[in-house]
Design a binder for this molecule. Sequence first.
Ligand code: NAG
Length: 217
Amino acid sequence: MSTEPPSPASQRRRQCVAATAAAAAACLAPVVVFLAVLILAPSLIPRLLLRPHHVLPYVASAELRLMSFDAAASALAYNLSAVLRFDDPPGLYARRYTGVKAAPFYAGQELGAAVALPEFTQRRGGGGATLPVAWAGVQRVTPGRRARSVAAALARERAQGWISVKVAVRAAQDGDESDFACLLSFPVPSKRDGSGSGATPVVFDGGSCADAARGEF
Ligand SMILES: *[C@@H]1O[C@H](CO)[C@@H](O)[C@H](O)[C@H]1NC(C)=O
């Protein structure tokens, strides 16, 4: 086996190849970074800067006038209203709200059909959107286990002095649909005549809504 050192010519050739490779790498690195930015930017920038996430609504105020269960009819009589608020969008562009609807639930029982709210467009600095909504009527509850659990929940809450109502809200923000759940806790309405009607409205002083799973309605 020959162990003589490489000839000066082959040494030069190797140095030359190494220098060329280093120059090519130095040249290509910025190109690769530039291409990556070019490919990723259009999808990332709007996400990061313009439409970071949806706006969570909140309940600015609410009133409960009636919530009573008629065991003979197996029905819940209800009358309540709320003022929903969507603050300004965080992004730079105006945002279009469509398919906005809201429905109250008591002890898992939906009260009537969801009320559809008008579409609107919101701009940065526009002061947010205020959406008053009211629900009133009589909701039949399936007799049996369902009715018993609703009646028991109402009796328990009345005894504790608070009535909890969940308001499910659905809204598409620039076509991106989200479901929210707003939990309202009202002091028990005091009855003027004991019949359940003519109750003094009780006011809820506002609270936030959280993201909810799909299919609340
Ligand atoms: C609900 O309460 C409001 C305010 O007291 C009243 O004007 C309205 O008629 C009530 N709705 C029903 C269906 O009872």
